[in-house]
Design a protein around this ligand. Structure first.
Ligand SMILES: [Zn+2]
Length: 458
């Protein structure tokens, strides 16, 4: 948590007369790179950036002078209304940067490029690239060349003199269209390639439209919300069709989570579930969980989505006292068990694959301390699954439900911290047997003397 002073200092420097108000779009395709890193790499000292999570067609661009777009994902085509909004912004004086490469099949950005009067091609750009009329170096990660009409001015060309980045005027504004490979992409913002000429280029055209730093400048969030049980689903026009079926999956998954855990989600753990326009890479921040709309090839492949939803929702059953060590494994284990209850064969395969991966480090799961700092990830996950499976075999049926029911009764919401000792004590009381020796036989360094929750069976 930053101090108030640090926040004020950060605010002061960020409002220091920005000349560029950029909006980075993550509604057509979410990437961590577009979620702020583009701005960090190319516009940090000259402007403010906001993100567009909502449908482009609904975006207020009145106090923005630069719109940064990517080629998008085929799951979410640029809608007609969105393309109209982008064109209107440019014609009104704004600058649009579209980073896109042609391929087979073409990305959605190809359609937008067409509206700008350009065609993405599948012809690979040949190195070295040159900045036309200047001597700056051009670093390039690869991509394709453009097919352009006479209204375009080439900014960067390849070794065959084919355009890779170009600009054109569109009434009062400017369109910049170029290969994605000319720009960075690392989520840690450590690759500001070509910033020496990209930044001045963006500033030169964006600032042709004046912005007012005193007036509100905001991005937009996903514009639709719908209550689904304890979750609020948040989505856009483009992700709506995924939201509907993901809501159905959640409805199917929920009773199995209740059956597996023996309890309802923890009180106050109503989460927001944002449908992210991507196939991979979700996140969880406070009350909101974001999941990838076409995760694991959804909706053609259901199991990965069922596992993911059960995983993310499973955290709401575990909180507010997360399990040490297996906070993540237990969430996925719940997903696997839900999948098995739904008779999805991939569930058992996932379980067995992870158990086998863990055994490579600890063949009978009795040697390696999973709480050790250098414990391999596969060992931690495999041993966690092994423990859950064994507890069910030895103390089931419904061992996990006994545990969660007991935990809910014994562990106060206000409690600060929940150690492995606490966890084993709760398990012991749940199955009415002292499990400390058993956990120690599996190389867990646990000690009943370190928890006040232990007072039975000894
Ligand atoms: Zn998780």
């Amino acid at each position: 948590m930053p101090s108030l002073l640090a926040l004020l200092v950060a605010l002061a420097s960020s409002t220091d007369a920005p000349r560029v108000h950029s909006i980075s779009d993550i509604s057509q395709e979410f990437t961590f790179y577009m979620d702020g890193r583009f701005h960090t790499q190319y516009l940090k000292g000259v402007g403010r950036d906001e993100r567009n999570w909502g449908s482009l067609a609904r975006l207020d661009l009145s106090n923005a002078n630069l719109l940064v777009l990517s080629e998008g994902d085929p799951h979410v085509p640029y809608s007609e209304a969105s393309m109209e909004r982008v064109l209107a912004f440019a014609k009104d004086g704004g600058t649009v940067l579209l980073m896109a490469d042609g391929r087979d099949p073409m990305p959605p950005g190809a359609e937008l490029a067409k509206r700008f009067g350009a065609t993405l091609s599948t012809v690979k750009a040949a190195k070295p690239l040159t900045l036309v009329g200047a001597s700056a170096d051009v670093e390039y990660r690869g991509g394709s060349v453009l097919e352009l009409g006479p209204e375009w001015t080439v900014v960067v060309e390849d070794a065959q003199k084919q355009p890779v980045l170009a600009r054109r005027a569109l009434e009062k504004g400017t369109v910049l269209l170029g290969s994605r490979g000319l720009f960075g992409h690392q989520p840690d913002a450590k690759d500001p390639i070509n910033a020496a000429w990209v930044t001045p280029l963006l500033v030169e055209y964006a600032t042709k439209k004046a912005i007012d730093p005193q007036k509100p400048f905001t991005g937009a969030f996903a514009e639709h919300a719908r209550e689904v049980g304890p979750l609020t689903l948040e989505f856009t026009d483009g992700t709506q069709r995924f939201a509907d079926s993901i809501a159905n999956e959640y409805t199917a998954v929920r009773p199995h989570l209740v059956a597996l855990t023996g309890v309802e989600p923890s009180a106050g753990m109503i989460k927001k579930l944002l449908i992210l326009p991507t196939g991979g890479g979700g996140f969880s921040s406070g009350e909101r969980i974001a999941i990838a709309a076409w995760w694991g090839g959804y909706p053609e492949h259901r199991y990965p989505m069922v596992e993911l939803i059960a995983h993310e929702a499973g955290h709401s059953w575990v909180l507010p006292q997360p399990e040490p060590l297996w906070n993540e494994p237990i969430a996925t284990y719940l997903g696997i068990r839900v999948g098995m209850r739904l008779e999805m064969k991939e569930a058992k395969e996932t379980l067995e694959r992870q158990l086998a991966a863990g055994r490579k480090h600890d063949p009978d799961y009795t040697k390696v301390d999973p709480l050790a700092e250098n414990a391999p990830r596969d060992l931690v996950w495999g041993k966690s699954y092994f423990v859950f499976e064994e507890l069910e075999r030895l103390h089931g049926p419904g061992a996990l439900a006994k545990y969660f029911t007991t935990k809910r009764k014994l562990v106060a919401k206000e409690r600060s911290g929940y150690s492995m000792d606490d966890c084993v004590a709760v398990w012991s009381r749940a199955v009415e047997k002292d499990l400390f020796p058993w956990f120690r036989s599996l190389a867990f360094r646990v000690d009943a003397g370190r928890t006040e929750l232990d007072d039975v069976g000894r």
